[in-house]
Ligand binder design. Structure first.
Ligand code: NDP
Length: 281
């Protein structure tokens, strides 16, 4: 398919659902050859169906079931991509989640095993993928886009402290990796989404489909939470990822964050006491 990513090969982690699925779709529609990955066979089939409905030829994507937190999963992902497409131009480190505490503890009482799981998925897997894909991206002068979150910003998050901690670490890793790897011609940048309608506040956190829908609807209609007046959609984030993965649109942007949150991170609690700040005009 002709488009701005024609001739490019992209690995998009966490593309069995949500933001990753939409990113895989957008990249493929814009000409990229994409490696789609995640753990759930059923969800992976959902992405395959979406690609076929969008008339992406089967020769332009592969589906690789893999747990991104395991070394063998990462190796499989990379080797299958090289086997099928011969090179790697773009790595989108999107897989991530706020993993609930197994004993339902919150705040500082959350267990160290929860901390380890959250860090392993949201930070360590990104570091490992960056190390493993680096030699291939150096050959193609490629691009990395990490998917962080607005929880990485300055506000505290009392309920589940390890996820924001992990995303803040990811942002700082992006900066360090960016100035290191630009010497090899590899760019690294980050997108920090706010609330986006995906499985994130759903299956991944134990909410039913109905409860998840209500969560996103309530958030979207509360301008104290999201000033633009609606919850984000996966395609909003996919477009920001594509912008940062495309040298034509963002060549001079190195080690930066794009915050895509409908204004959420600009609102302080104190603003709710001044309705003009957040009311619909
Ligand atoms: P979803 O829960 O909808 O999708 C998460 C994706 O990550 C799925 O494809 C899932 O695949 C994959 N994944 C999770 N754990 C693993 C694992 N161990 N190995 C391989 N794949 C894994 O969430 P989103 O699309 O919303 O999340 C995408 C990114 O956006 C994450 O990094 C998240 O932290 C970030 N984000 C999301 C926000 C939101 O409001 N939605 C807000 C801010 C940031 P599978 O289940 O098949 O393994």
């Amino acid at each position: 398919m002709p488009g701005r990513f024609s001739g490019k090969v992209a690995i998009i982690t966490g593309s069995s659902f949500g933001i990753g699925r939409e990113t895989a779709l957008l990249f493929a529609k814009e000409g990229a050859k994409v490696t789609v990955t995640g753990r759930s066979e059923e969800r992976l089939q959902g992405t395959k169906k979406a690609l076929l409905v969008a008339k992406v030829p089967e020769s332009n994507f592969i589906i690789v079931p893999a747990d991104i937190t395991t070394s063998s999963g990462q190796d499989t992902l990379i080797s299958k991509t090289l086997e099928r497409f011969g090179k790697i131009d773009i790595l989108v480190n999107n897989a991530g989640a706020s993993i609930p505490d197994s004993q339902k503890r919150t705040g500082v009482k959350q267990g160290i095993e929860t901390y380890e799981k959250v860090m392993r998925l949201n930070v360590q897997s990104v570091i490992e993928m960056t190390q493993k894909v680096r030699p291939h991206l150096a050959k193609t002068k490629g691009d990395i886009v990490n998917v962080s979150s607005i929880v990485a910003l300055k506000a505290g998050w009392a309920h589940a402290p390890y996820y924001p901690l992990a995303k803040a670490a990811l942002d700082q890793y992006t900066r360090s990796a960016a100035i290191d790897l630009i010497h090899e011609g590899i760019r690294v940048n980050t997108v920090n989404p706010g609330i986006v309608e995906t499985g994130f506040h759903g299956q991944a956190t134990g909410l039913s489909e109905d409860a998840s829908k209500k969560f996103y609807d309530d958030m979207g209609s509360n301008r104290n939470a999201i000033p633009c007046g609606f919850s984000g959609r996966p395609d909003h984030i996919a477009k920001a990822i594509a912008f940062l993965a495309d040298r034509d649109t963002s060549e001079y942007i190195v080690g930066q964050n794009i915050i895509a949150d409908g204004g959420t991170s600009l609102v302080l609690g104190i603003h709710t006491q001044f309705p003009r700040q957040t009311e619909k005009l």
